[in-house]
Design a protein around this ligand. Structure first.
Ligand SMILES: Nc1ncnc2c1ncn2[C@@H]1O[C@H](COP(=O)(O)OP(=O)(O)O)[C@@H](O)[C@H]1O
Ligand SMILES: [Mg+2]
Length: 449
C-alpha cells in the first residue's frame, strides 16, 4: 500500500494512467449497466409481443387451441422454454388434462404476470370470437433468462474493450512520457566532465522549458568550472616566475664555494624546488587539459603517435636507466590522430613516467600502439605492483595517491590523462597485466580517430 501511495504521489505516469482508467471506468460502468437493463427490458417487451402474436396467429387460423400438445412438438430439449397456448376453462375441465396449466378462469384480458402453483408465468389473455378466451403464456424465469442473455450480450463489448482501452491508455501515457525517461538516461550516461547543453529542439513543448532551465544551469556550472580552471592556471603561472627565480638563486648558490655542511643543507632545498616546479608544471597541464572549450582549429593537427611516443621515450630513457627499467615499444604502421600535440605528449608522458617510477629496478615496461579502422589503442604495461581494483576509480582524482607510494609525485598524472582522454572522446581502462603478484599495471586507452 505504501508503494502504491509513493507511486501515486511521485509518478506522473502512474497518476495519469490511474486517473484516465478511473474516468474510463466511471463512464463505462454506468453505460454498461444502462445497456444491460435496457436490453433486458427490450427483450421482455419483445417476448410480450411474441405472446400477442402467437395469440393472434392461433385465433386467426382458428386452430383447436385445446392444450399444449407434447406429442406434436415432440420431446422438447428445453422443456421449460416452451410457450403454452390454452383455452381458459373452469377448473374442473382443465383439471382433466395433466398437461395443461391450472389457470384461473377469471383472469382479466391482456398481458399479466400470474403465479400458477408457485411458478410465476407471463400470460396474454385474449377473447376469441367463439366467446372462449385464449391464454398464451411463458414462464417468467425462462423469459428473464433469455432477456438476461440478451442484456449480457450487449454488455460483452464493454467487458472486453475496457481492459484493452485501459491497457492502451497506460501504453500511450508511457510512450508520451518516454522522452523524459530518455532524457534522464542521456544525462546519466554522461561523464562528469561532459556539460554540453541538452538538445532543446527535438522535445515536446512541455518539456522544453525544463530543458532550457537545465541548460542555463549547465552553462553556469561550465562558467564556474572555467573560472576555477582559469584561477588554477593563473595561480600556477604566477608562481612559476618566482619559483624559477628561486631555483636560479639556489643553482647560483650551489656553484659558489660552500662549506660541506651548507652544501648538505642546500641539497634538500634544491630537490624541494624541483619538486615544486614539477608540481606547477603538472598543475598547468591539468588546467589546460580540463579546458572544456573546443581547441583552436590551428592547434589541432594530425599528430603522429609514433613520433610523440619516440619523443617521450627518448626523454624518459635517463630515468629508466637510473631505475634499471627496460622499455620496449611495439607500434603498428604509422598512426595519426587529429589532436593537439601537447595533449598526446602529456598523455603518453604521464603513463610512461608512472610505469617507470612505480616498477621496481630490473623490471620492464611495454608500450604498444595499435590501429584499427576508426580506433587507435595505446597500451602501457609494466611489471610493477599494479593498482588494486578498489583504487582504480580514485587514482584518477586530482592529488590522490595510493597510500604507501614511496615515489615523488603530485597525484595529478592520472587526472591529466583522464581529462585528455575525455577531451578526445576516448576510453581508459586499468587492468592487471598478470594474474600473479607483482601484478603489473596495464593501462589501455582507446581513442576514436
Ligand atoms: N604504473 C603504476 N603502477 C603502480 N601504481 C601506479 C602506477 N601508476 C599510477 N599508480 C598509482 O596511482 C597513483 C596516482 O598516479 P598519478 O595520478 O600519476 O600520481 P603520481 O604519480 O603523481 O603519484 C600513484 O600515486 C600510484 O600509487
Ligand atoms: Mg604520475
Amino acid at each position: 500500500m505504501d508503494g502504491f501511495k509513493t507511486r501515486l504521489s511521485h509518478s506522473l505516469q502512474f497518476r495519469l494512467s490511474l486517473w484516465l482508467s478511473l474516468v474510463i471506468l466511471a463512464m463505462a460502468v454506468p453505460a454498461g449497466v444502462y445497456s444491460f437493463f435496457s436490453a433486458f427490458h427490450e427483450a421482455n417487451d419483445l417476448q410480450d409481443d411474441q405472446l400477442r402474436q402467437v395469440a393472434a396467429l392461433v385465433l386467426s387460423r382458428d386452430l383447436p387451441p385445446a392444450t399444449p400438445d407434447r406429442r406434436a412438438t415432440g420431446k422438447m430439449k428445453d422443456d421449460e422454454s416452451k410457450v403454452i397456448v390454452q383455452i381458459l376453462a373452469p377448473a374442473q375441465y382443465a383439471g382433466d388434462d395433466d398437461t395443461s396449466l391450472r389457470l384461473p378462469a377469471d383472469l382479466p384480458d391482456g398481458i399479466q404476470t400470474v403465479k400458477v402453483g408457485h411458478v410465476p408465468w407471463r400470460l396474454f389473455v385474449k377473447p376469441a370470437a367463439s366467446g372462449q378466451r385464449l391464454a398464451v403464456g411463458q414462464q417468467t424465469e425462462v423469459r428473464d433468462e433469455i432477456a438476461r442473455d440478451s442484456g449480457l450480450r450487449t454488455v460483452m463489448p464493454f467487458v472486453v474493450l475496457i481492459p484493452i482501452l485501459i491497457a492502451l491508455v497506460s501504453i500511450m501515457v508511457r510512450g508520451m512520457l518516454r522522452p523524459i525517461a530518455r532524457l534522464s538516461q542521456e544525462v546519466d550516461r554522461r561523464d562528469d566532465q561532459d556539460i554540453r547543453p541538452l538538445d532543446e529542439q527535438h522535445v515536446a513543448d512541455e518539456i522544453r522549458p525544463l530543458i532550457g532551465s537545465i541548460n542555463r544551469l549547465l552553462r553556469r556550472v561550465a562558467d564556474n568550472m572555467d573560472a576555477q580552471r582559469r584561477f588554477l592556471a593563473d595561480a600556477a603561472h604566477e608562481l612559476r616566475s618566482p619559483l624559477t627565480a628561486l631555483s636560479l638563486q639556489a643553482e647560483n648558490l650551489a656553484a659558489t664555494d660552500l662549506s660541506p655542511t651548507s652544501k648538505a643543507r642546500l641539497l634538500p632545498l634544491r630537490q624541494g624546488l624541483n619538486r615544486s616546479k614539477a608540481l606547477l608544471e603538472q598543475l598547468l597541464t591539468l588546467a589546460r587539459s580540463q579546458n572544456t572549450g573546443a581547441p583552436q582549429p590551428s592547434q589541432v593537427t594530425q599528430v603522429s603517435l609514433q613520433a610523440a611516443l619516440r619523443r617521450v621515450v627518448e626523454d624518459s630513457l635517463p630515468l629508466a636507466q637510473a631505475n634499471q627499467i627496460d622499455i620496449g615499444v611495439e607500434a603498428d604502421t604509422e598512426v595519426t590522430l587529429a589532436a593537439q600535440e601537447v595533449d598526446i605528449v602529456a598523455l603518453i608522458r604521464n603513463l610512461i613516467d608512472n610505469a617507470i617510477r612505480y616498477t621496481p629496478p630490473g623490471g620492464n615496461v611495454e608500450i604498444r600502439l595499435h590501429a584499427q579502422p576508426g580506433l587507435v589503442s595505446i597500451e602501457v604495461e609494466d611489471s610493477g605492483p599494479g593498482i588494486r581494483e578498489a583504487e582504480r576509480e580514485r587514482v584518477f582524482d586530482p592529488f590522490y595517491r595510493v597510500p604507501g607510494s614511496d615515489q615523488d609525485g603530485s597525484g595529478l598524472g592520472l587526472s591529466i590523462v583522464k581529462s585528455i582522454v575525455a577531451r578526445l572522446h576516448g576510453k581508459i581502462e586499468l587492468q592487471h597485466a598478470r594474474s600473479d603478484a607483482p601484478y603489473g599495471l596495464k593501462v589501455i586507452i582507446r581513442l576514436p580517430t
